[in-house]
Ligand binder design. Structure first.
Ligand SMILES: [Zn+2]
Length: 214
């Protein structure tokens, strides 16, 4: 009960639910299917509430926009469910594409088609707005369309795929993790999604392996 009050009160800042470590929203989005290498991956986007919360944590949606969607999920449940379905489809297409990039393989055409469909959708809702001395891209209907959260993700993926940073997309070196991230470290030697999580675990494993052989 307390929780639901907190979720709908825009004055109270919700604490983040998602671990955003990737340095790019489209890679963080891929990581919302957790434990991919295991036989039972964990779905972090179970419903529209999760999807909207991801949008809020990632800075795509404002708290007020999330509140609006939360209040309307029941009234427009078909649209909300379809948005979640589309989100997962986009995510798996992105996973296939960036996996291919990391492995220096050709991305599956079906995944590229799916991303392109989402990029088109984002473009249809895009508009150039003057902001100070320059212009910037804004999205229409961010506050009313259940699909809006997907547009900045598709745009970010397209920009990353077409950028010079693409060779620095990596998967975490832990075989049980494999979260994606953009390695922006100075020497481009980042191996772990986070030092706190997988980096430390690997250090501990190495320590015990050393002790064993000693
Ligand atoms: Zn990891």
């Amino acid at each position: 009960m307390l929780d639901s009050v907190k979720e709908t009160n825009p004055d109270i800042r919700r604490s983040p639910r998602f671990e955003l470590i990737a340095g790019n929203v489209c890679l963080d989005f891929i990581n919302t299917l957790d434990d991919r290498p295991s036989t039972q991956p964990k779905e972090l986007l179970k419903d529209y509430y999760d999807l909207a919360r991801f949008g809020e944590d990632a800075g795509i949606l404002t708290s007020a926009q999330v509140d609006y969607f939360f209040e309307n999920v029941h009234l427009r449940s078909d649209e909300a469910e379809d948005a979640v379905r589309r989100a997962r489809n986009l995510r798996e297409a992105l996973y296939a594409i960036f996996s291919a990039v990391i492995n220096r393989e050709t991305a599956p055409q079906l995944a590229m088609d799916r991303l392109n469909a989402n990029v088109h959708d984002a473009a249809r809702h895009s508009r150039l707005v003057q902001h100070g001395e320059r212009c910037e891209w804004r999205f229409d209907d961010m506050a009313s369309s259940f699909y809006a959260v997907l547009w900045p993700i598709a745009r970010a993926a397209a920009n990353l795929l077409a950028s010079h940073q693409l060779p620095f997309v990596r998967a975490c070196s832990s075989p049980t993790c494999q979260w994606f991230f953009l390695d922006t470290s100075k020497n481009h030697h980042r191996r772990w999604c986070s030092m706190k999580q997988c980096g430390n675990r690997a250090k501990v494993r190495k320590f015990y392996a050393k002790q064993k052989t000693a």
